[in-house]
Ligand binder design. Structure first.
Ligand SMILES: [Ca+2]
Ligand SMILES: [Ca+2]
Length: 195
């Protein structure tokens, strides 16, 4: 669904440029960019597992368990911590964002994989407002000191007043897809990169 959406975003952005900023709704709740680097809580050990009912910077851990991993264990994409979406097994995180219906939003994140075991290809599903995108990351040739993070992106048109974003592992065992540096942006993250 990425390609048709991208074309539609281009059209939407063009329309916004024609309408001008004054035409934008005044009640926007998510403004600019919201970032999650999974830096809180700061773990005091190399790896700490989080499970049902626990939160990571507003993200609820569900289902299963995830691991927060410190940079002394393996590289983070930014800051000092990243998240292995498999704790002792496949897990996920979710968060609801208040949005403005009929506005475009973009989710960007850094993706890598736990290089320590399991199938080399780690699989991730990202669900937003009933749609989803599947991603995979091949850990072949990567290690804790060379995670090989790449940036992924997902765009969608908000259909009501909130958008629930779910990251969910589709890998088995304790070695999952690894994410970090999640950015939730109005319209586009392009001009809203955070150092
Ligand atoms: Ca981080
Ligand atoms: Ca793990």
């Amino acid at each position: 669904m990425r390609r048709p959406l991208a074309a539609a975003v281009t059209a939407a952005v063009a329309a916004l440029m024609v309408l001008g900023v004054d035409a934008l709704p005044a009640q926007a709740v998510v403004t600019g960019v919201t970032t999650s680097g999974f830096e809180e809580p700061a773990i005091g050990t190399p790896v700490q597992e989080f499970g049902g009912g626990q939160y990571l910077e507003g993200w609820e851990v569900y289902p299963g368990t995830v691991d927060v991993v410190g940079q002394d264990y393996w590289q983070a994409a930014d800051g000092a911590q990243s998240v292995d979406l498999n704790g002792s097994g496949p897990g996920g995180i979710s968060q609801k964002f208040e949005v403005v219906p009929n506005e475009w939003y973009e989710l960007r994140f850094s993706l890598a994989g736990n290089p320590e075991g399991g199938l080399a290809e780690k699989r991730l599903g990202v669900f937003v407002d009933g749609g989803y995108e599947l991603y995979s990351f091949d850990t072949t040739g990567h290690s804790g000191s060379e995670m090989g993070y790449r940036t992924e992106s997902l765009r969608w048109l908000a259909d009501d007043a909130d958008s629930e974003v779910i990251f969910r592992s589709f890998s088995q065992g304790p070695w999952g897809p690894v994410i970090d540096n999640v950015r939730f942006c109005v319209t586009s993250c392009e001009d809203q990169e955070v150092a």
